[in-house]
Design a protein around this ligand. Structure first.
Ligand SMILES: C[S@@+](CC[C@H](N)C(=O)[O-])C[C@H]1O[C@@H](n2cnc3c(N)ncnc32)[C@H](O)[C@@H]1O
Length: 287
């Protein structure tokens, strides 16, 4: 049910239906002011004052109290971090080796999202295939598979001072791991945002494996013909229609596949289909 309905019928509920966490007092003040302005008409109509919605706190120390949220939105910090033993225990389900702040915040979002609810996060792309994120991928695949991934096309110009490759992902708790969509997001003329469809993806059978998805329209067309997983034996290619027999695999498409994973991720495995034909179980046939 929408925020307007709750605000008008039960105004006191506004404060626990809308909550923000931010560790920096100034950064917490800004969204509070934006909310004051955005909700001023609604609050006037309901005869209430908004009060403080954004808590100044360390998000990673928060635990959900009572009901969880329909929507968790975040643009978390990123970078490697050394965790205290209690924090490492708290997040061990999503950790594999080094901890990265944005991975911890993604795990945190899951804890605050109700079944059927949505997480919308802006993060670096490295979790799609990086080894240190395999436990996080496994967790997301089991509990909240991605519904859509939007690659932020230009590293410069979208976020000030950010050179890291980023994406905007939505995850649905209890969603279908077999039906995600991919988009490209870029900045257009006069500060506008352009969004282009790139195709669909499904998670690998074992969701802790790298998530392969189209990075260009041509890759989207290719992936509508075959599904590609990285298994313990290497690249596994299957026909999308389930039919058996070798998948014909032109050299040009091998190059497309090779560019489908994020930088430096399993490039060695992806270079394998040089034999031009891939058997039904993924072994490269002699060229
Ligand atoms: C990438 S910025 C996003 C800022 C703003 N939320 C936005 O979307 O434009 C990350 C924010 O996370 C905050 N932050 C970093 N560590 C935090 C923590 N442990 N708990 C809460 N906020 C944190 C930083 O102060 C910073 O404002």
């Amino acid at each position: 049910m929408c925020l307007r309905h709750y605000t008008l019928t039960r105004p006191a509920q506004l404060w626990y239906r809308l909550v923000g966490f931010e560790v920096d007092p100034f950064a917490a003040w800004m969204p509070q002011v934006v909310l004051d302005v955005a909700l001023s008409d609604l609050c006037r109509e309901a005869g209430v004052q908004l009060g403080s919605v954004v808590r100044v706190c360390d998000s990673l120390e928060q635990v959900p109290a009572g009901e969880r949220f329909d929507l968790v939105v975040g643009n978390p910090p990123y970078g490697r971090v050394t965790l205290s033993p209690p924090m490492r225990r708290k997040f061990r389900r999503s950790l594999f080796g080094h901890a990265n702040l944005y991975g911890l915040f993604t795990d945190l979002a899951l804890r605050f999202t109700r079944p059927g609810g949505v997480i919308a996060y802006v993060t670096p792309t490295s979790f799609l295939a990086g080894e240190y994120f395999k436990a996080l991928r496994g967790l997301l695949g089991r509990e909240a598979p991605p519904a859509s991934i939007g690659f932020v096309g230009k590293r410069k110009g979208v976020f000030a001072d950010v050179l890291q490759e980023t994406l905007l992902a939505t995850y649905r708790r209890g969603g279908d791991p077999g039906s995600g969509t991919v988009h490209f997001i870029s900045s257009g003329e006069n500060g506008s945002i352009e969004v282009g469809a790139a195709g669909t993806f499904s998670l690998p059978e074992s969701s802790d494996q790298p998530w392969l998805m189209p990075r260009t329209e041509a890759q989207g067309v290719l992936l509508s013909r075959v599904t590609v997983d990285i298994g313990s034996e290497g690249l596994v290619v299957r026909r999308t229609d389930g039919s058996l027999g070798p998948v014909r695999f032109p050299e040009s498409e091998a190059a497309l596949l090779a560019s489908m994973t994020p930088e430096n991720a399993h490039a060695d495995l992806l270079a394998e289909p040089k034999g031009r034909e891939i058997g039904p179980c993924g072994q490269a046939l002699p060229g």
